[in-house]
Design a protein around this ligand. Structure first.
Ligand SMILES: [Zn+2]
Ligand SMILES: [Zn+2]
Length: 350
């Protein structure tokens, strides 16, 4: 199946149109016309080669929303016309303990990311959502529930599940006290989801600049990490802190905000972190943890949860040819919304 998308051709070049072909449908494959594609901070890291060499040309994108256009003969859950989504992975071994536990993201044999990895069967490099079509095995296709706006649902498939999963892991519910570091694409979803679960949510940021924005999405306010007095007063006041900062930083100022047994979970920075003090950890059995997206079952759960609670990511819809300027803005700092490309605006002869 011929299609077209935007690809990175090298680690320093901008995205350019790229024509390529998807595999013919296998028995358990679903063919999807992509309508919307979220632009994730990790796309930028990946095409820049920050996480290692990449198989260029590479079409990024792992927040995909579209419609089914064809199904293989063994597909049972989807039909032509269904509203569907694809997140950060498109395959896994389906046999190990993690896959059996619906935690395919931790597959013992490695899950297959949506772009930039060899397909498990034919070895072809997977290509992602900045394109007009994708072919994915049925088990990795999500259903977009009625009640979700298709044009704003895409970021739930990465930013949403990445923050939903730790909220579930640490049993966040009514009365829980949650801190969220950073109010970008991940952070604003963390706030909305935790608030909908009944938690009291505080945004942690360098300054109070985003106070109004934080309140508008349900947080009680912003605690400025530079305000020493406020930080001291907030010691031992949180059960869980979700750290969404996507670059190397110091977690020490935040760990003493945790109550005894509290956890700071890192979901943003993948790579080195600054050294941290062990004192708050030892003196209060506090933990620093990490978490990677979530399994397919839980990804469906967060989509359904968002539909039920009318939670939509804050999105700015752009044309595919605006991707390079979006990357420029993203590389300069966190933005409190997600760029979403309207892939129907991409012409076949781009
Ligand atoms: Zn992502
Ligand atoms: Zn597995």
């Amino acid at each position: 199946m011929k299609t077209v998308g935007y690809a990175a051709y090298s680690s320093d070049a901008h995205m350019k149109p790229f024509h390529f072909e998807h595999r013919a449908l296998r028995a358990n494959d679903v063919a999807i016309e992509i309508l919307y594609s979220g632009v994730c901070h990790s796309d930028l890291h990946t095409v820049n080669g920050d996480w290692g060499p990449q198989p260029y040309p590479l079409v990024p994108g792992h927040e995909i929303v579209g419609r089914v256009t064809d199904v293989g003969p063994e597909v049972t859950h989807y039909q032509v016309g269904d509203k569907v989504g694809v997140g950060c992975m498109v395959d896994s071994c389906q046999e190990c303990d993690q896959c059996h536990d619906h935690e395919e993201q931790y597959c013992r044999h490695g899950m297959t990311p949506t772009y930039g990895a060899p397909d498990r069967i034919d070895g072809e490099i997977t290509q992602g959502g900045y394109s007009k079509h994708i072919v994915v095995r049925e088990e990795f296709v999500l259903r977009i529930p009625e009640g979700l706006d298709m044009s704003r649902a895409a970021p739930i498939l990465c930013a949403g599940i990445t923050t939903f999963s730790p909220l579930r892991t640490w049993d966040i519910g009514k009365g829980s006290r949650v801190g969220v570091i950073g109010l970008g694409g991940l952070g604003h979803m963390a706030v909305k989801l935790a608030v909908a679960m009944g938690a009291e949510v505080t945004v942690l940021s360098r300054s109070k600049k985003k106070e109004e924005e934080a309140r508008s999405i349900g947080a009680t306010g912003v605690l400025a990490s530079t305000d020493e007095e406020a930080m001291t007063n907030a010691a031992s006041s949180m059960d869980l802190i979700i750290d969404t900062v996507p670059v190397e930083h110091d977690v020490t100022p935040y760990t003493s905000l945790l109550d005894i047994n509290g956890t700071l979970v890192i979901v943003g920075q993948v790579g080195p972190m600054k050294e941290f003090m062990t004192v708050p950890m030892i003196m209060g059995r506090r933990r620093i943890a990490g978490s990677l997206i979530g399994g397919i079952k839980q990804t469906q759960e967060v989509l359904d949860f968002c539909a039920e609670h009318d939670i939509h990511p804050i999105c700015e819809i752009i044309r595919p040819d605006e991707i390079n300027s979006a990357y420029d803005v993203m590389s300069k700092g966190d933005i409190a919304h997600r760029y979403v490309m309207d892939m129907t605006q991409m012409s076949d002869d781009a």
